[in-house]
Design a protein. Structure first.
Length: 366
Protein backbone atom coordinates (compact mmCIF):
# COMPACT_ATOMS: atom_id res chain seq x y z
CA UNK A 1 0.00 0.00 0.00
CA UNK A 2 2.81 2.39 0.89
CA UNK A 3 4.66 1.61 -2.35
CA UNK A 4 1.51 2.20 -4.41
CA UNK A 5 0.94 5.50 -2.65
CA UNK A 6 4.51 6.59 -3.28
CA UNK A 7 4.27 5.65 -6.95
CA UNK A 8 1.06 7.61 -7.32
CA UNK A 9 2.62 10.66 -5.67
CA UNK A 10 5.69 10.34 -7.90
CA UNK A 11 3.53 10.25 -11.03
CA UNK A 12 1.55 13.22 -9.75
CA UNK A 13 4.76 15.18 -9.13
CA UNK A 14 5.93 14.44 -12.69
CA UNK A 15 2.66 15.71 -14.16
CA UNK A 16 2.78 18.85 -12.00
CA UNK A 17 6.36 19.51 -13.06
CA UNK A 18 5.37 19.11 -16.69
CA UNK A 19 2.46 21.49 -16.17
CA UNK A 20 4.71 24.08 -14.56
CA UNK A 21 6.99 23.97 -17.59
CA UNK A 22 4.34 23.94 -20.32
CA UNK A 23 1.79 26.26 -18.71
CA UNK A 24 4.15 28.76 -17.14
CA UNK A 25 2.04 31.80 -18.07
CA UNK A 26 -1.07 30.46 -16.33
CA UNK A 27 0.92 29.47 -13.26
CA UNK A 28 2.52 32.92 -13.18
CA UNK A 29 -0.95 34.49 -13.29
CA UNK A 30 -1.94 32.31 -10.33
CA UNK A 31 1.14 33.38 -8.41
CA UNK A 32 0.32 37.03 -9.12
CA UNK A 33 -3.22 36.46 -7.87
CA UNK A 34 -1.84 34.90 -4.70
CA UNK A 35 0.48 37.86 -4.18
CA UNK A 36 -2.45 40.22 -4.71
CA UNK A 37 -4.43 38.40 -2.04
CA UNK A 38 -1.47 38.57 0.32
CA UNK A 39 -0.98 42.31 -0.22
CA UNK A 40 -4.66 43.30 -0.15
CA UNK A 41 -6.17 40.80 2.31
CA UNK A 42 -3.73 38.54 4.16
CA UNK A 43 -0.98 40.90 5.31
CA UNK A 44 -3.16 43.88 6.35
CA UNK A 45 -5.68 41.76 8.23
CA UNK A 46 -3.48 39.09 9.82
CA UNK A 47 -0.08 40.57 10.64
CA UNK A 48 -1.23 43.00 13.38
CA UNK A 49 -3.29 40.28 15.05
CA UNK A 50 -0.40 37.80 14.82
CA UNK A 51 1.81 40.27 16.67
CA UNK A 52 -0.93 41.02 19.20
CA UNK A 53 -1.71 37.37 19.90
CA UNK A 54 1.96 36.51 20.35
CA UNK A 55 2.45 39.44 22.70
CA UNK A 56 -0.55 38.46 24.81
CA UNK A 57 0.62 34.85 25.07
CA UNK A 58 4.30 35.56 25.78
CA UNK A 59 3.68 38.34 28.29
CA UNK A 60 1.20 36.34 30.34
CA UNK A 61 -1.57 38.89 29.81
CA UNK A 62 -3.94 36.30 28.31
CA UNK A 63 -6.20 35.83 31.35
CA UNK A 64 -6.61 39.60 31.77
CA UNK A 65 -7.26 40.34 28.10
CA UNK A 66 -9.76 37.50 27.75
CA UNK A 67 -11.52 38.22 31.06
CA UNK A 68 -14.89 39.06 29.36
CA UNK A 69 -14.95 35.52 27.92
CA UNK A 70 -14.38 33.87 31.29
CA UNK A 71 -18.01 32.74 31.80
CA UNK A 72 -17.91 31.01 28.40
CA UNK A 73 -14.45 29.51 28.68
CA UNK A 74 -14.73 28.43 32.31
CA UNK A 75 -18.29 27.11 32.51
CA UNK A 76 -19.27 26.24 28.93
CA UNK A 77 -15.93 25.09 27.52
CA UNK A 78 -14.25 24.14 30.82
CA UNK A 79 -10.97 25.77 29.86
CA UNK A 80 -8.33 27.26 32.15
CA UNK A 81 -7.94 31.02 32.18
CA UNK A 82 -4.69 30.81 30.19
CA UNK A 83 -6.50 29.18 27.26
CA UNK A 84 -9.15 31.92 27.02
CA UNK A 85 -6.83 34.09 24.92
CA UNK A 86 -6.71 31.36 22.24
CA UNK A 87 -10.47 31.47 21.85
CA UNK A 88 -10.54 35.27 21.79
CA UNK A 89 -7.79 35.57 19.18
CA UNK A 90 -9.38 32.87 17.02
CA UNK A 91 -12.59 34.92 16.85
CA UNK A 92 -11.04 38.31 16.10
CA UNK A 93 -7.73 37.52 14.40
CA UNK A 94 -8.43 35.13 11.55
CA UNK A 95 -7.68 31.54 10.64
CA UNK A 96 -4.07 30.91 11.70
CA UNK A 97 -4.00 33.37 14.61
CA UNK A 98 -5.74 31.01 17.04
CA UNK A 99 -3.36 28.21 16.09
CA UNK A 100 -0.36 30.53 16.44
CA UNK A 101 -1.53 31.60 19.92
CA UNK A 102 -1.96 27.95 20.81
CA UNK A 103 1.55 27.14 19.57
CA UNK A 104 2.99 29.91 21.76
CA UNK A 105 1.22 28.61 24.86
CA UNK A 106 2.43 25.10 24.05
CA UNK A 107 6.03 26.29 23.70
CA UNK A 108 5.86 28.03 27.08
CA UNK A 109 4.28 25.03 28.82
CA UNK A 110 0.96 26.75 29.62
CA UNK A 111 -1.14 24.38 27.47
CA UNK A 112 -1.05 20.61 27.12
CA UNK A 113 -1.05 18.94 23.66
CA UNK A 114 -4.15 16.94 24.56
CA UNK A 115 -6.18 20.03 25.42
CA UNK A 116 -4.80 21.85 22.37
CA UNK A 117 -5.97 19.01 20.11
CA UNK A 118 -9.54 19.49 21.31
CA UNK A 119 -9.39 23.29 21.26
CA UNK A 120 -8.13 23.23 17.69
CA UNK A 121 -11.52 21.89 16.57
CA UNK A 122 -13.22 25.18 17.44
CA UNK A 123 -10.41 27.76 17.59
CA UNK A 124 -9.71 28.06 13.85
CA UNK A 125 -12.12 30.67 12.50
CA UNK A 126 -12.31 33.47 9.96
CA UNK A 127 -11.86 36.97 11.35
CA UNK A 128 -14.46 39.76 11.29
CA UNK A 129 -12.50 41.80 8.75
CA UNK A 130 -12.53 38.93 6.27
CA UNK A 131 -16.17 37.96 6.81
CA UNK A 132 -17.72 41.43 7.04
CA UNK A 133 -15.55 43.41 4.63
CA UNK A 134 -14.10 40.95 2.12
CA UNK A 135 -16.99 38.47 1.97
CA UNK A 136 -20.03 40.44 3.12
CA UNK A 137 -19.42 43.68 1.28
CA UNK A 138 -17.01 42.45 -1.37
CA UNK A 139 -19.09 39.51 -2.61
CA UNK A 140 -22.65 40.21 -1.43
CA UNK A 141 -22.59 44.02 -1.38
CA UNK A 142 -23.94 43.94 2.18
CA UNK A 143 -22.11 43.95 5.48
CA UNK A 144 -25.20 42.34 7.02
CA UNK A 145 -24.38 39.13 5.16
CA UNK A 146 -20.92 39.21 6.69
CA UNK A 147 -22.27 39.75 10.20
CA UNK A 148 -24.64 36.80 9.70
CA UNK A 149 -21.70 34.60 8.72
CA UNK A 150 -19.65 35.84 11.67
CA UNK A 151 -22.43 35.18 14.19
CA UNK A 152 -23.17 31.75 12.73
CA UNK A 153 -19.51 30.78 12.78
CA UNK A 154 -19.03 31.84 16.41
CA UNK A 155 -22.17 29.97 17.45
CA UNK A 156 -21.17 26.81 15.60
CA UNK A 157 -17.69 26.96 17.15
CA UNK A 158 -19.18 27.24 20.64
CA UNK A 159 -21.49 24.31 19.94
CA UNK A 160 -18.53 22.16 18.94
CA UNK A 161 -16.56 23.39 21.95
CA UNK A 162 -19.39 22.66 24.36
CA UNK A 163 -19.67 19.12 23.01
CA UNK A 164 -15.92 18.49 23.26
CA UNK A 165 -15.74 20.03 26.74
CA UNK A 166 -17.23 16.82 28.10
CA UNK A 167 -13.83 15.24 27.57
CA UNK A 168 -11.92 18.07 29.27
CA UNK A 169 -9.98 17.12 32.37
CA UNK A 170 -8.07 19.13 34.93
CA UNK A 171 -4.75 18.41 33.26
CA UNK A 172 -2.21 21.10 34.02
CA UNK A 173 0.96 21.40 31.93
CA UNK A 174 4.14 20.72 33.86
CA UNK A 175 6.67 23.44 34.62
CA UNK A 176 5.28 26.39 32.65
CA UNK A 177 7.86 28.99 31.73
CA UNK A 178 7.53 32.37 33.44
CA UNK A 179 6.13 35.18 31.27
CA UNK A 180 8.55 37.40 29.37
CA UNK A 181 9.01 41.04 30.18
CA UNK A 182 6.83 43.34 28.10
CA UNK A 183 9.77 44.56 26.00
CA UNK A 184 11.05 41.06 25.25
CA UNK A 185 7.52 39.79 24.57
CA UNK A 186 6.93 42.55 22.03
CA UNK A 187 10.19 41.94 20.14
CA UNK A 188 9.69 38.16 20.10
CA UNK A 189 6.05 38.46 19.03
CA UNK A 190 7.03 40.56 16.00
CA UNK A 191 9.71 38.03 15.05
CA UNK A 192 7.31 35.09 15.45
CA UNK A 193 4.57 36.88 13.52
CA UNK A 194 6.96 37.55 10.65
CA UNK A 195 7.79 33.85 10.39
CA UNK A 196 4.11 32.92 10.55
CA UNK A 197 3.23 35.50 7.92
CA UNK A 198 5.75 34.13 5.45
CA UNK A 199 4.36 30.61 5.94
CA UNK A 200 0.80 31.83 5.49
CA UNK A 201 1.52 33.79 2.32
CA UNK A 202 3.58 30.94 0.91
CA UNK A 203 0.63 28.54 1.19
CA UNK A 204 -1.79 31.09 -0.29
CA UNK A 205 0.47 31.72 -3.30
CA UNK A 206 1.12 28.01 -3.78
CA UNK A 207 -2.54 27.03 -3.79
CA UNK A 208 -3.51 29.94 -6.07
CA UNK A 209 -0.88 28.72 -8.53
CA UNK A 210 -2.20 25.15 -8.19
CA UNK A 211 -5.77 26.28 -8.89
CA UNK A 212 -4.59 28.17 -11.99
CA UNK A 213 -2.73 25.08 -13.17
CA UNK A 214 -5.78 22.87 -12.67
CA UNK A 215 -7.95 25.27 -14.68
CA UNK A 216 -5.43 25.61 -17.49
CA UNK A 217 -4.89 21.84 -17.72
CA UNK A 218 -8.58 21.31 -18.44
CA UNK A 219 -9.17 19.14 -15.40
CA UNK A 220 -12.24 21.12 -14.38
CA UNK A 221 -13.73 20.91 -17.87
CA UNK A 222 -13.15 17.15 -17.87
CA UNK A 223 -14.89 16.78 -14.50
CA UNK A 224 -17.85 18.85 -15.67
CA UNK A 225 -18.39 16.41 -18.55
CA UNK A 226 -18.56 13.38 -16.25
CA UNK A 227 -22.01 12.14 -15.26
CA UNK A 228 -23.55 13.08 -12.81
CA UNK A 229 -21.32 16.17 -12.47
CA UNK A 230 -22.49 17.25 -15.90
CA UNK A 231 -25.99 17.74 -14.46
CA UNK A 232 -24.79 20.41 -12.02
CA UNK A 233 -25.04 24.15 -12.79
CA UNK A 234 -22.21 25.59 -14.84
CA UNK A 235 -19.30 26.74 -12.69
CA UNK A 236 -20.31 24.77 -9.59
CA UNK A 237 -17.57 22.14 -9.94
CA UNK A 238 -14.90 24.81 -10.34
CA UNK A 239 -16.22 26.73 -7.35
CA UNK A 240 -16.32 23.69 -5.07
CA UNK A 241 -12.82 22.63 -6.09
CA UNK A 242 -11.46 26.16 -5.56
CA UNK A 243 -13.10 26.44 -2.13
CA UNK A 244 -11.83 23.01 -1.13
CA UNK A 245 -8.27 24.12 -1.90
CA UNK A 246 -8.25 27.82 -0.88
CA UNK A 247 -11.04 29.66 0.92
CA UNK A 248 -10.61 33.13 -0.62
CA UNK A 249 -10.57 31.75 -4.16
CA UNK A 250 -13.63 29.64 -3.39
CA UNK A 251 -15.58 32.61 -2.00
CA UNK A 252 -14.60 34.68 -5.03
CA UNK A 253 -15.74 31.97 -7.42
CA UNK A 254 -19.00 31.55 -5.51
CA UNK A 255 -19.94 35.15 -6.29
CA UNK A 256 -20.55 34.19 -9.91
CA UNK A 257 -23.23 31.60 -9.06
CA UNK A 258 -26.93 32.49 -9.16
CA UNK A 259 -29.53 32.44 -6.39
CA UNK A 260 -28.81 31.22 -2.88
CA UNK A 261 -26.11 28.80 -4.03
CA UNK A 262 -23.44 31.44 -3.50
CA UNK A 263 -24.34 32.04 0.14
CA UNK A 264 -24.66 28.33 0.90
CA UNK A 265 -21.20 27.59 -0.48
CA UNK A 266 -19.59 30.62 1.14
CA UNK A 267 -21.11 29.66 4.52
CA UNK A 268 -19.45 26.27 4.27
CA UNK A 269 -16.15 27.51 2.85
CA UNK A 270 -15.47 30.14 5.53
CA UNK A 271 -15.69 27.57 8.34
CA UNK A 272 -14.14 24.66 6.46
CA UNK A 273 -11.19 26.88 5.55
CA UNK A 274 -9.77 24.82 2.70
CA UNK A 275 -6.64 22.71 2.40
CA UNK A 276 -4.51 25.85 2.43
CA UNK A 277 -5.73 26.82 5.93
CA UNK A 278 -5.30 23.25 7.16
CA UNK A 279 -1.68 23.33 5.95
CA UNK A 280 -1.13 26.68 7.67
CA UNK A 281 -2.46 25.31 10.95
CA UNK A 282 -0.34 22.17 10.60
CA UNK A 283 2.70 24.36 9.98
CA UNK A 284 2.00 26.46 13.07
CA UNK A 285 1.72 23.37 15.29
CA UNK A 286 4.55 21.38 13.75
CA UNK A 287 6.50 19.29 16.28
CA UNK A 288 4.23 20.30 19.18
CA UNK A 289 2.68 16.86 19.69
CA UNK A 290 -0.83 18.07 18.84
CA UNK A 291 -3.02 15.41 17.18
CA UNK A 292 -4.63 16.89 14.05
CA UNK A 293 -7.02 14.05 13.21
CA UNK A 294 -9.93 15.48 15.17
CA UNK A 295 -9.26 18.90 13.66
CA UNK A 296 -9.55 17.51 10.12
CA UNK A 297 -12.94 15.96 10.87
CA UNK A 298 -14.13 19.09 12.64
CA UNK A 299 -13.62 21.20 9.49
CA UNK A 300 -16.55 19.46 7.78
CA UNK A 301 -18.73 19.59 10.90
CA UNK A 302 -17.93 23.26 11.48
CA UNK A 303 -18.76 24.13 7.87
CA UNK A 304 -22.05 22.24 7.97
CA UNK A 305 -23.11 23.82 11.28
CA UNK A 306 -22.29 27.34 10.09
CA UNK A 307 -24.33 26.79 6.93
CA UNK A 308 -27.29 25.38 8.88
CA UNK A 309 -27.29 28.38 11.22
CA UNK A 310 -26.55 31.16 8.72
CA UNK A 311 -28.80 30.20 5.82
CA UNK A 312 -32.21 30.50 7.58
CA UNK A 313 -31.23 33.93 8.94
CA UNK A 314 -30.00 34.99 5.52
CA UNK A 315 -33.25 33.87 3.87
CA UNK A 316 -35.39 35.62 6.49
CA UNK A 317 -33.58 38.92 6.04
CA UNK A 318 -33.22 38.70 2.27
CA UNK A 319 -36.98 38.22 1.97
CA UNK A 320 -37.53 41.70 3.39
CA UNK A 321 -34.33 43.42 2.26
CA UNK A 322 -33.39 43.36 -1.40
CA UNK A 323 -29.72 44.22 -0.97
CA UNK A 324 -28.62 40.60 -0.53
CA UNK A 325 -27.36 39.63 -3.96
CA UNK A 326 -23.99 38.28 -4.98
CA UNK A 327 -21.81 40.83 -6.62
CA UNK A 328 -20.77 40.51 -10.19
CA UNK A 329 -17.80 38.29 -10.70
CA UNK A 330 -14.91 40.11 -9.03
CA UNK A 331 -12.03 40.83 -11.32
CA UNK A 332 -8.50 40.76 -10.03
CA UNK A 333 -6.63 43.91 -11.02
CA UNK A 334 -3.07 42.71 -10.64
CA UNK A 335 -0.67 45.60 -11.20
CA UNK A 336 3.04 46.06 -10.83
CA UNK A 337 2.39 48.22 -7.77
CA UNK A 338 0.47 45.39 -6.12
CA UNK A 339 3.24 42.89 -6.78
CA UNK A 340 5.95 45.26 -5.55
CA UNK A 341 3.97 46.01 -2.39
CA UNK A 342 3.44 42.36 -1.48
CA UNK A 343 7.00 41.32 -2.29
CA UNK A 344 8.32 44.32 -0.37
CA UNK A 345 6.34 43.51 2.77
CA UNK A 346 7.35 39.86 2.62
CA UNK A 347 10.97 40.92 2.14
CA UNK A 348 10.80 43.13 5.22
CA UNK A 349 9.41 40.21 7.18
CA UNK A 350 12.25 38.03 5.89
CA UNK A 351 14.83 40.65 6.87
CA UNK A 352 13.35 40.76 10.36
CA UNK A 353 13.60 36.97 10.58
CA UNK A 354 17.31 37.17 9.76
CA UNK A 355 17.74 39.13 12.97
CA UNK A 356 16.64 36.17 15.09
CA UNK A 357 20.13 34.69 15.63
CA UNK A 358 21.57 38.14 16.29
CA UNK A 359 18.84 38.94 18.81
CA UNK A 360 19.34 35.61 20.57
CA UNK A 361 23.14 36.02 20.61
CA UNK A 362 22.89 39.49 22.15
CA UNK A 363 20.54 38.16 24.78
CA UNK A 364 22.96 35.38 25.73
CA UNK A 365 25.91 37.75 25.80
CA UNK A 366 23.98 40.06 28.10
Amino acid sequence: MVRMRNRFIAILVIFIAAGLLTMASSVSAGVMEGLRLCANVIIPSLFPFMVLSGFVALSGLGPLVAFPLRPITRYLLRLPDEAASVLLMSFIGGYPVGARTMATLLSTGRLSPQRASRMLCYCVNAGPSFLVVAVGWGFFRSTDAGWILLGAQILSALIIGAFLSRAEKEDSPSRPQPPMSLNSAFVQSVINASAALINTCAFVVLFCALIALIKRAGIISALENIYPLSMLPHGLVETVLSGFLEVTSGCSASATLPGDTAFLLVSFFVSFGGISIICQVASALHATGVDLRGFLLSRFIHGALTTAIAYPVYRALSASVSVFSPANAPTAHVTIETAITSVGMLSMAAILLLSVPTYGQKKRNA
